[in-house]
Design a protein around this ligand. Sequence first.
Ligand SMILES: *Cc1c(COP(=O)(O)O)cnc(C)c1O
Length: 388
Amino acid sequence: MQFIDLAAQQVRIRSEIESAIMTVLNHGNYIMGPEIKKLESLLADFTGIRHAIGCSSGTDALLMALMAYDIKQGDAVFMPPFTFISTAEVVSLLGATPVFVDIDPTTFNISPNELAKAIQAIKNKDNSYPLPRMAKETSLIPKAIITVDLFGLPADYDPIHDLAQIHGLLVIEDAAQSFGASYHGRKACSLCEIGCTSFFPAKPLGCYGDGGAIFTNNDGLAEKIRSIRVHGQGEDKYNNVRTGINGRLDTIQAAILIEKLKIFPEEIALRQQVADRYRQLLAKSSDIQTPIVPDGLISVWAQYSILTKDSNHRQAIQKKLNASGIPSAIYYPKPLHLQKAYENLQYQFGDFPISEQIASRILSLPMHPYLKKEDQQKIADVILSISD
Ligand SMILES: *Cc1c(COP(=O)(O)O)cnc(C)c1O
């Protein structure tokens, strides 16, 4: 059994993918070939956003979004600590400071209540909320929030945008896991002024290498991001008007994504069926908490993550799954405030109790559109045999 079965998907569209790659080999425009524009227009239509800008990865999408907003040293950028390292890494790369905010215990996304407390603490320079060392030594300017749509579920945007408006903060959507999800009828990647996604192979829409995209309705920002994507270029290639990066998406990856996007809506529906089946199968156990999706939201199920009773219970389940040939994974075992890479922020264990607790109990099960009923039954049987 596979955790994410990319081979099953490839079998379906293998010949289309081969001919799409052949087309690129024949025309030879490997850098910014015609497939890039075509994909960008398809992505824009899919999300209902004016500008979709293909790029080299989800990490670079976030980096370029922050660069477009001129985020720099002395700026505070709020984010949950229960996420992949990229969310914080890009902030540090620009010399700005990640300011962690605890998560909601049911959605695992950034908690608007906690966010309000963290913003106040930064503004008042007091100890009413755990803050990074820099916030205590100097004054940080509250600049931006990076929300994360964890496991494919959009964050709690209405209260987040209210807070952002009150405090004059920018909001960037880290939709690396949520392309295809929706929030009250609006698509993920369209829920903030800038949305960023990843096409890493294991994401809901993945290519066969690294890739990502940035979304915005703001014409000025789009132009700036397109310039940053190619070394800060101006009118032409050797006229550089700002500091940029090499942040382009490969033409071959765009060609692959065009083919994958054709079956993506159907795959989203299949993912939902798989999630529904897990919920029904695991409802029999009062020891297991299955994911909770708030009304009006649709998850794209980048991961199907259950909450076990405690770390011992999780370990027992994982061991038995493993013995039965069933893969599982822990996203994420260590919240970012406890990572060595962030020891300079001088956060401590206990600063974000919900993130720490969830990190000790979370367990992600196999999840992909082609997961078979029989396999799900087998997974549930193993889990139920050590619960209750
Ligand atoms: C995967 C991921 C990223 C980074 O995407 P890459 O394409 O791997 O660079 C950023 N944020 C989150 C939440 C992710 O899951």
